[in-house]
Design a binder for this molecule. Sequence first.
Ligand SMILES: [Zn+2]
Length: 345
Amino acid sequence: MKTGVIFFLKMTMLLTVAVSVPAASHMDVYAAEEVHIVDTEEQIYSYGEMVYDILSLTAKYDEILSFERLTKTSQGRYVYLLKFGNPDADRKILITASIHAREYMTSQLVMSMLEEYLSEYDAVQRNGKSYKDSMGNLCFYILPMINPDGVAISQYGLSGVSGNKEKEWLSNKENEGYSLTQIKANAGGTDLNRNFPTGFGTDKNKAKEPSLLNYPGKAPLSEPESQAVAEVIDEIHFEACINYHTQGEVLYYGMIGNTKANEKKNDELMRIVYKHTRYYPILPKDMPNGSLSDYFQRIQNEPSITVEIGRLENPVPIDQFKAIYKKNFPVWEELAIKYGTEAKK
Ligand SMILES: [Zn+2]
């Protein structure tokens, strides 16, 4: 090959690389100069973007991040499970997000927190330890978007859904004056966080038919999404569970019917999350109502907390993201120290 041709090819490659790197000037939340994969500037963080980010992050950090597709939804999307940290660790923590559709900022939060932990994994932090030192005895199992079909409806309305049956009940809701941005359910109108067996169908706010919110479904685990999550909870032992939601800057922790030992563990978990977020802690006044958190505590006899990252408005406006991120980011490291490092001593 002629030198001129090689030079031309090299320049083309350089230009291609330069063009494909996104601008990072806005990323003051993160360490300086980093180019980030997960976008935290746009209101809509879609399923497609998340999948792209999962593929990019697992390619970049393949030793400490892997993924599985647990199940296919009725709309043909997948429920993803990410495993972050030491894959051989016998101690694990379960992290869940976007089981409620309109609360999709929780996916963006979990994915961007994950990216920062990945990119800083070996770097020594202010406490003199790397995240690897703190997190090395633990593996985080992360479900970043349990309800991808519902998220697409909240983000794109009727154009986010296919199928005549689905379009019909959703357009009926629109005709009744509801905004599809407010959907919590999946595309079939089942609230996945009411579809678990523990206390199924006892929620006093329950809807009697498919609805944007509060319909528990035909039967416990009638939906592929909740079935897939229940299988993970049935098969793997976790030290704790963190469920990200967005309503009211509060922490719901524990469950009526827990053992004394698990009540104490719930209290310890709440204190870690409260220390950083200052969200208001609330013990349950009502019996279990079919939520993932209820099911987790019943099966695992381990603590589970629901972290409501937003105020009252849903979907949470993106301009609140940076403040939310800052409060929530340190929690995972401290959880890893408590449930991994300290527990090993
Ligand atoms: Zn919720």
